[in-house]
Ligand binder design. Sequence first.
Ligand code: ZN
Length: 365
Amino acid sequence: MNLVACFPGKYIQGRRAILNLEKMMNQFGDKAVILTSPTARKYLPAHFVHANSSSQVSTAHFGGECSEEELEALMQQICNERADVVVGMGGGKVIDAAKIAADRAEVPVIIVPTIASTDAPCSGCAVTYTNDGVFEKVHYQRMNPSVVLVDMDIIAKAPVRFLVAGMGDALATWFEARSCAATSSVNECGGLSTMAGQNLARLCYDILLEYGLQAKLDNEAGVVSQALSYVTEANILLSGIGFESGGLASAHAIHNGLTALEETHAFYHGEKVAFGLLAGLNLNGTADHEIEEVYRFCVSVGLPVTLAELGIAGVTKEKLMQVARKSVETGSPIHHEGRGITAENVYDALLKADVTGQRFIAEMG
Ligand SMILES: [Zn+2]
C-alpha cells in the first residue's frame, strides 16, 4: 500500500483574515456563491450580504442540515448562476454542505470556519444527514478545500464550548494516528500514513497540553492571544491533517457508538470523541502515565471524563452494550487498534474510563 497524505491548498489564519476572502474568490473566477448559516452571516463583508443573483457574489441560505435535499438546492444555485467557486462559512454542517456541493459541481471550495469546534474544515471528506438529523453517509471529495480561511477575531468571539469541543476532537488525533501506524492500518486518504501525518498529529497533541487551558481562558475573555492562535491552528489545521493523513481508531469509533443513545445528542462531536479516547486508551495498552496526562488535561479544560458528564449517568447495561456493539461494527476504525476487539471489551473499557474519570474529578476537585 502507498503512503498517502492530503492537505488543503492554502491555509490562512489571523486577525481580520476575512478581508482576504474577496481576493481569494477572485483567483478562481468572476462568480462566487457563498453558503452561510444565519449566525455566520453577520461576519460577511457588508457588500456581500446585499448582493443578489446577478452580482459577482451571491449568498445561499443554509437550512440547518447537510442533507441531500439541501445539497440539491445548493447545486441548483451553483449551476444556475454558473459559479466559479463556492464558499462555505459557518460551523461543521455548512462546511460539509459546501464541500460536497462544490465537488459535485466540479468547482473549487473556500472554507471559512467561524468556530474551532472540529477538524473538518481542512479535510476532503464530509458527512450527510437525513432531514431529521440522523447520520447518513461519509462522502469523500476528489480534492481537499482549495483555501481555508480562519479569522481569529471571529473565533475569539465564539462561545468557549466550541473551542473546548475542538480540543476534544484534536486530543484524539495523535493517539489514533499512532494506533494506525502501529497496526499498518489505512488512513482517511486511503493509504498508509506519512511522517508528515504522524508528526503533525503529535505536534497537535503537544500544543494542546501546553496551551489548551490558556486558550480556553483567553477565549472566555474574548481575547485574540498567542495561546488561542496556537490552539486554533491545532484544532483546525494540525488535527485536520493529522486525522486524515494519520488515520482514525477507537476514539472516533466509540464516538460513533455513543451517537446510538439519544441522550448524547446534545453533546458536541469533540466532547464524545474525548470520552471515546479515554475509553479507547484501555483497549491498546497505553501506559498509565499517558492515560493520567490525558485525564488531567480533560478535567482542566472541562471535557467530559465520566458517563454522567455525557448525560448518561446510571445508563443500563443494555444501552451501554448498544454503544459497544455499534463501536465494533464491520469497517469500524476501532479495528485499527488491533485484532479481536469485541463489544464486551468496549463495554468494559467504557466502565473503566468512567470509574477512572470519577477518581480524577475527586482528586482534582
Ligand atoms: Zn472528529
